[in-house]
Design a protein around this ligand. Structure first.
Ligand SMILES: [Zn+2]
Length: 145
């Protein structure tokens, strides 16, 4: 009997190698960084924020009129640990596909666009509006660019 099954373990190993998401430290581009998976998704409140993400001016205006608070499904804030930095930092993560992500240090103003989290710099008008709008579930929807 020929040993036809000899290559099975190797094949199984190759298949089981999961295509896990890849996040790299902004300061150490070769260093993978990890978090506990807790994501704070971003809310958009102005047409300018949509335009910055490639939406035409008129459409952005219409979308914001229809949905005062948009929840982005592919951008969030997440606390990530880098062994090279030796610490955890809050990062702004943009998901491009299941594996590919862009990671940068989260700028302070992004906290104003995250629901359920008090911004580090108090901005009553924005946070108050976010809380009110977030309660209105019919005014929200997921925005898939
Ligand atoms: Zn680092």
């Amino acid at each position: 009997m020929p040993e036809a099954k000899a290559d099975l373990p190797a094949r199984r190993e190759r298949r089981s190698r999961s295509r896990k998401r890849e996040l790299f430290c902004p300061a150490h581009p070769k260093q993978r960084i990890e978090g506990n998976g807790r994501k704070y998704f971003l809310h958009l409140l102005t047409p300018e924020e949509l335009k910055a993400r490639g939406m035409p001016h008129k459409k952005a205006q219409l979308v914001i009129n229809a949905y005062p608070v948009l929840v982005l499904s592919n951008e969030w804030l997440e606390e990530l640990f880098c062994p090279e930095c030796g610490m955890s930092r809050w990062c702004h993560v943009i998901k491009h596909d299941r594996v590919l992500h862009t990671v940068r240090w989260a700028p302070r103003e992004l906290w104003q666009q995250v629901a359920h989290v008090e911004p580090l710099v108090p901005n009553p008008s924005v946070s108050q509006f976010t809380r009110q709008a977030a309660r209105r579930t019919d005014g929200r929807r997921l925005f898939e660019p």
